[in-house]
Design a protein around this ligand. Structure first.
Ligand SMILES: Nc1ncnc2c1ncn2[C@@H]1O[C@H](COP(=O)(O)OP(=O)(O)O)[C@@H](O)[C@H]1O
Ligand SMILES: Nc1ccn([C@@H]2O[C@H](COP(=O)(O)OP(=O)(O)O)[C@@H](O)[C@H]2O)c(=O)n1
Length: 237
């Protein structure tokens, strides 16, 4: 069972994907964390992230390793734990430029397909281009959306909780989100886009629990469809 969950920032992809995977006993992959980890590695290793050629030349250098346990997501770059540093504003500000470079996308996409192929019991993979490019044959594709106001309020609430005090105002958070959405949706290689066969869920007025319940139901229905289809395929052989 392969589940692809895509959508812009703050729509609830990570929280929903982790909870759905944990509830259904599936593996979990945060592809945004991989793009953030390669960005962090470049920033830490003197690669000029304003220079596309420099990014392309360095794309193959770091070893990026992702854990796939939804209860303990892990990410490292060259053996160093990247889970803290990838959430800094410095990385957030640079990640769209790094992830737009085709050599970076080719490298990370190959890694994602390997991880999905190795996840025996099934996997929930979340990102921007999973349903369209990375795993177009996924058994279920979900595209999460929410109003820019709701997304900014969620992100801003998160920043305050993490630091214990407000680090950015709501308007600045919304502006940064909108800029990242624009960059991610307009890049040439594999832009953020709903797959034609994805189920769109607008989470603006839903609680996180309601979104999780909705996606669990969608996964169960997709699993039932798959189970029904497989004996027919077997018989046809
Ligand atoms: N439906 C929802 N209602 C309210 N808050 C939510 C909802 N979904 C997610 N959140 C909160 O919003 C923040 C961003 O969610 P996250 O799952 O990280 O989104 P994404 O991965 O799409 O960027 C988190 O703090 C999360 O708890
Ligand atoms: N499949 C993916 C996932 C993330 N990304 C890039 O990585 C960035 C960070 O992704 P993320 O999922 O951690 O972002 P948030 O939604 O958590 O803010 C995005 O803004 C994209 O630029 C991508 O290009 N393709």
């Amino acid at each position: 069972m392969i589940v692809a969950i895509d959508g812009p920032s703050g729509t609830g992809k990570s929280s929903t994907s982790k909870a759905v995977a944990a509830q259904l006993g599936l593996s979990y992959l945060d592809t945004g964390a991989q793009y953030r980890a390669i960005t962090w590695w470049m920033l830490s290793n003197g690669v000029d992230v304003a220079d596309q050629e420099a990014i392309a030349a360095a794309a193959d250098k770091p070893s990026i390793v992702s854990g796939t346990d939804p209860r303990q997501p892990a990410i490292s770059a060259d053996g160093l734990d990247a889970s803290g540093p990838i959430r800094t504003q410095e990385v957030t500000a640079a990640v769209s430029a790094v992830s737009a470079v085709p050599e970076v996308r080719a490298r990370i996409t190959e890694l994602q397909r390997m991880i999905a192929a190795e996840a025996g019991g099934g996997i929930v993979v979340e990102g921007r281009d999973i349903g369209t490019t990375v795993l177009p044959g996924a058994d279920l594709k979900v595209f999460l959306t929410a109003s820019p106001e709701a997304r900014a309020a969620r992100r801003s609430g998160e920043l305050k909780t993490t630091a214990g005090r407000p680090v950015t105002d709501l308007a600045a958070t919304q502006q940064a989100l909108t800029a990242r959405d624009k960059a991610d949706s307009s890049r040439k290689t594999s832009p953020l886009k709903k797959a034609d066969d994805a189920v769109e869920v607008d989470t603006t007025e839903l609680t996180l629990e309601q979104v999780i319940e909705c996606v669990v139901t969608l996964v169960e229905k997709a699993a039932a469809r798959k189970a029904e289809a497989e004996p027919v395929e077997e018989a046809a052989r």
